[in-house]
Design a protein around this ligand. Structure first.
Ligand SMILES: C[S@@+](CC[C@H](N)C(=O)[O-])C[C@H]1O[C@@H](n2cnc3c(N)ncnc32)[C@H](O)[C@@H]1O
Length: 216
């Protein structure tokens, strides 16, 4: 298994162009249209920026890992975000919908999204599961995915709530992260192809370019 440490990545011009191209073809509008969210999101600058950053950052890392060959890739998005109740929805209403999985689906890329929160009505293949439960990925085939992606799962307030019973803004504490890592890492290794990538990302820490560089 390869890890993609987003913080260490460099600005790769070819991959950068691949993402710019996808965005140029109206990807963000397509995603918002599919979910009938265009008005709501575009009238909320903060939310719009969040959506664009999440999708852009995810695609960039994904493209880097796949060396630009993204069309036939299979992606598993863990803690993909939810459209229902969870600690995130309580603390940050509307910010943690499954934007990256929605974008991949809009690009006709095979994506499976898993979250403990509701995913009802999502158009990509999805499962509502608690990833702290041992064997939660047993239903997935061995060596099936090219990429396992998890954005902000390990720092999730919902994760903290499930481990300590406390809902608090900011990062889940070290114990919660360690507990999840212990249960999840061997399973991630099993479902990934031998040369597959585990990408963990956190857009606030990791953007090494301006989103405005990508949007005309
Ligand atoms: C901060 S949100 C990130 C959502 C999305 N990946 C993103 O980057 O915007 C973390 C997500 O992880 C989910 N999550 C937290 N603990 C989980 C667990 N034990 N099992 C499954 N999902 C979990 C939450 O429900 C939430 O949707």
């Amino acid at each position: 298994m390869n890890f993609l440490d987003i913080k260490a990545r460099s600005k790769d011009e070819a991959k950068f162009r691949t993402v710019k191209d996808m965005l140029g073809k109206g990807l963000i509008s397509k995603v918002l249209d599919e979910y009938d969210l265009k008005g709501e999101v575009q009238n909320n600058r903060k939310l719009f920026d969040r959506v664009v950053i999440d999708i852009t950052n995810g695609l960039y890392c994904f493209s880097l890992a796949m060396n630009g060959q993204i069309k036939r890739a299979r992606v598993l998005d863990l803690g993909c975000g939810s459209n229902g109740e969870n600690a995130e929805a309580e603390l940050y209403p509307g910010e943690y919908y499954p934007w990256f999985a929605r974008a991949l689906h809009a690009l006709d890329i095979k994506v499976v999204g898993i979250d403990v929160g509701s995913l009802q009505g999502e158009r990509f293949e999805h499962y509502e599961k608690d990833l702290l439960t041992p064997g939660s990925l047993d239903f997935l085939g061995t060596g099936y995915f090219d990429v396992v992606y998890s954005s902000r799962l390990f720092s999730s307030p919902e994760l903290e709530k499930r481990c300590s019973g406390i809902v608090r803004p900011g990062d889940a504490d070290k114990n919660a992260r360690e507990r999840l890592r212990f249960v999840l890492l061997p399973q991630i290794e099993r479902v990934l192809k031998k040369r597959g990538y585990f990408i963990t990302s956190n857009p606030e820490w990791t953007l090494d370019f301006e989103v405005s560089d990508l949007i005309d």
